[in-house]
Design a protein around this ligand. Structure first.
Ligand SMILES: CC(=O)SCCNC(=O)CCNC(=O)[C@H](O)C(C)(C)COP(=O)(O)OP(=O)(O)OC[C@H]1O[C@@H](n2cnc3c(N)ncnc32)[C@H](O)[C@@H]1OP(=O)(O)O
Ligand SMILES: O=C([O-])CC(=O)C(=O)O
Length: 371
């Protein structure tokens, strides 16, 4: 038996949710560039779960369904109040709250397709409510209840800030959600598929996926990009900082990708959004510094920015706290996880690869008293 470290290049499943071919990302055949420029997040979720775009009536009824399912049981909110608030990362809070949500859903363990689709709607709708409630609770504020009639993007910002966003913020946030919705067999999606391939339930699959997304080599990178920008503080200091980090073999967050070697097609959209939004806030320094870092890392190391790099300055410009960046990734990516979970259930086989054993052979048992 031989193995490939990190399963690089291994095709582990078939999927019709999304694809990356020759550096081009599509959701069920629709180019990400078209979707980023034109689609609402609700349309994208519908596409990922149904393999087609909705017509007007379908979109309106799907949006209503999501909107009506957004309220989270009081018990789940109250449990978050009991967390050691100042020590808990919002991704840990989200992971726990989503697991807790299952305890208050009577059909959590029902496995028929209709029940799984209903649970998909519930999870997609309630995760934004959980993320925003936790963000507010730890500021000593009351959670803001979801408001029917707002778009998915606007409702998130409304629940976070307690006031409806302006059009620019809503549009930018919608685009960020569209861009993050799915990405073939990334680590968290693979985690979700492995989990539910045991015929475990949807909540378990999503809880596992949140755990995988949290890591700094995956979704956790966007928060760390902002920490780096803060630490550097000024474009003038970027070159010295980056060169030193590279010399010390420190990974620069937001750069590199397992699949894209010629650039992540999502990064250009986020870069442009960062340019526009930092101009609006009068804080172009974040964009300028990001561009500078981008140039240095590309020249020094040949690495290009991934989806997490420019999203940091985008979310910062929208006034979002830095440790909420990765939960926002989850708010969007849960749509892709759910699409993959439904696809896995529809044609399931246990996912159980092998490991090449590298430990010692034929060891002799030594009784406890002789060790
Ligand atoms: C949404 C997402 O998940 S996108 C990815 C988000 N993660 C990050 O931005 C974290 C920083 N990036 C990385 O750690 C990596 O590029 C990954 C995890 C994304 C991809 O990793 P892999 O395909 O496994 O590449 P791997 O980590 O083996 O790196 C290959 C080489 O490039 C280097 N490298 C890769 N990324 C970086 C980076 N961001 N900064 C500096 N060096 C890097 C590695 O040190 C390694 O160098 P070596 O051969 O001299 O040891
Ligand atoms: O595909 C990956 O490995 C990581 C990524 O970019 C994503 O999940 O969006």
């Amino acid at each position: 038996m031989s193995h490939t470290k990190g399963l690089e290049g291994i095709v582990a499943t078939t999927s019709q949710v999304s694809s990356i071919v020759d550096g081009v990302l599509t959701y069920h055949g629709y180019n990400i560039d078209d979707l980023a420029d034109n689609a609402t997040f609700e349309e994208v979720v519908y596409l990922l779960w149904n393999y087609r775009l909705p017509n007007k009536e379908e979109l309106s009824s799907f949006s209503k369904e999501l909107s009506q399912a957004a309220t989270v049981p009081d018990e789940v909110i109250d449990q978050m109040r009991s967390f050691p608030i100042d020590k808990v990362h919002p991704m840990a809070a989200l992971r726990t709250a989503v697991s807790n949500l299952a305890l208050f859903d009577e059909e959590a363990d029902e496995m028929d397709e209709e029940a799984n689709r209903r649970k998909a709607v519930k999870l997609q709708a309630k995760i934004p409510t959980i993320v925003t409630a936790f963000a507010r609770i730890r500021q000593g504020k009351d959670p803001v209840a979801p408001k029917e009639g707002l778009s998915f993007a606007a409702n998130f910002l409304y629940m976070l800030n307690g006031e409806e966003p302006d059009e620019t913020s809503e549009k930018a946030f919608n685009k960020a959600l569209v861009i993050h919705a799915d990405h073939e067999l990334n680590a968290s999606t693979f985690t979700a598929r492995v989990c539910v391939a045991t015929l475990s339930d949807v909540y378990s699959g999503i809880t596992s996926a949140i755990g995988a997304l949290k890591g700094p080599l995956h979704g956790g990178a966007n928060e760390r990009v902002m920490s780096m920008l803060n630490e550097i503080g000024d474009s003038e200091k970027a070159e010295e900082y980056i060169k030193k980090a590279l010399e010390n073999k420190v990974k620069i967050m937001g750069f590199g990708h397992r699949v894209y070697k010629d650039g992540d097609p999502r990064a250009k959209h986020l870069k442009e959004m960062s340019r526009q939004l930092t101009e609006v806030t009068g804080e172009s320094k974040w964009y300028d510094m990001s561009v500078k870092i981008d140039e240095i890392v590309t020249n020094e190391k040949g690495l290009l920015p991934n989806v997490d790099f420019y999203s940091a300055s985008v979310y910062h410009s929208l006034g979002i706290e830095h440790d909420i960046f990765t939960p926002i990734f989850a708010v969007s990516r849960v749509s892709g996880w759910l699409a993959h979970i439904l696809e896995q259930y529809a044609d399931n086989r246990l996912i159980r690869p092998r490991a090449e054993y590298t430990g010692p052979e034929k060891q002799e048992w030594v009784p406890l008293e002789k060790r």
